[in-house]
Ligand binder design. Structure first.
Ligand SMILES: [Zn+2]
Ligand SMILES: [Zn+2]
Ligand SMILES: [Zn+2]
Ligand SMILES: [Zn+2]
Length: 299
């Protein structure tokens, strides 16, 4: 077991990513979340005390509380989980990057979708007083095959955009999330119109400070129109990538979350049953989201 540390024996500034990697979760007791930045896109965070306790008890249950096994590395980087798929040489059946407009169901390429949305969105407006509407493209960090086009009334809050992202792509068990422009975290109550309005503005969004899914946002512009009662709406999203089973060439339907970072983890039904982790009952479905295979995400 790692030497337990407390807030009295180490200052927050002393914690760097390497320290965190060698710590057992049992040792981590922080009054609030801690953010450690060590490089361009390396972000490690320790959850809240409550999260740490929850995880500690979960891992103790899994391993047996008195286990002598080495501390589980708490290696969490700011890269999108989906970025790992490529890193391990996992293959897609098709490499096309198409998406579908949610308003008219037209399918087109990622690069053409921005132009399509520019005309399609306003032709699907509600009747009513016009308001300023901001259009945003969201991409999974490091994984450009996952993308969304969304729009929001300028008086919608970041909280409302957060809800949309959770509903469409992310929500597993109510983790914390945050929006950032550069190094500045944006208040969730802030209005889209006052924070994310400038055309060309880029921002970052993180869901879950433990097993983080990182997204990048890009403000495409604004228009005048009416969304009716909705504060935000999904305009378009990428079509589901098709993954192949790593034991045969059939389509993969199951992800083994235990093996994401270490070996084959995408399987067809038959090979999932032959995989050594089958008895652990941890399998997750292959889904169209950058959070596939992470935490308890089932789509
Ligand atoms: Zn359309
Ligand atoms: Zn979760
Ligand atoms: Zn198979
Ligand atoms: Zn496994």
């Amino acid at each position: 077991m790692a030497e337990p540390i407390t807030m009295t024996s180490v200052s927050l500034d002393d914690l760097c990513i390497n320290t965190i990697r060698t710590l057992s979760m049992d040792a981590i007791w922080t009054p609030s979340r801690v953010r450690c930045l060590t490089g361009e896109d390396t972000v490690a965070e320790i959850g809240t005390l409550a999260e740490a306790r929850q995880r500690t008890s979960a891992s103790s249950r899994a391993k047996g509380a008195s286990s002598d096994s080495p501390p589980e590395p708490m290696q969490r980087t700011g890269r999108c989980a989906a970025g790992r798929w490529e890193a391990h040489g996992r293959v897609l059946m098709a490499r096309s990057n198409t998406g579908t407009c949610e308003l008219c169901k037209r399918q087109t390429s990622k690069s053409q979708m921005t132009r399509h949305i520019a005309t399609c969105a306003s032709s699907h407006d509600s009747a009513g007083p016009e308001q300023m509407i901001v259009q945003i493209r969201i991409d999974a960090a490091d994984e450009p095959r996952y993308w969304l086009h969304v729009e929001a009334r300028s008086d919608a809050s970041l909280d409302q955009l957060d809800s949309l992202l959770r509903r469409v792509w992310l929500e597993c068990c109510g983790h914390m999330s945050a929006f950032w422009v550069g190094q500045s975290e944006l208040p969730k109550r802030a209005k889209i119109g006052s924070t994310l309005r400038r055309k060309g503005l880029k921002f970052t969004y993180e869901y879950d400070f433990g097993s983080t899914t990182t997204l990048t946002g890009h403000v495409l512009g604004s228009r005048s129109g009416c969304l009716g009662r909705a504060a935000t709406r999904l305009l378009a999203r990428n079509d589901a990538p098709e993954w192949t089973c790593e034991a045969c060439s059939r389509p993969a339907v199951i992800v083994c979350p235990f093996c994401i970072d270490s070996g084959p983890c995408l399987f067809c039904e038959a090979h999932a049953q032959e995989h050594p982790c089958a008895k652990e009952e941890v399998y997750l479905p292959v889904v169209n989201s950058p959070r596939m295979g992470v935490c308890g995400y089932v789509g």
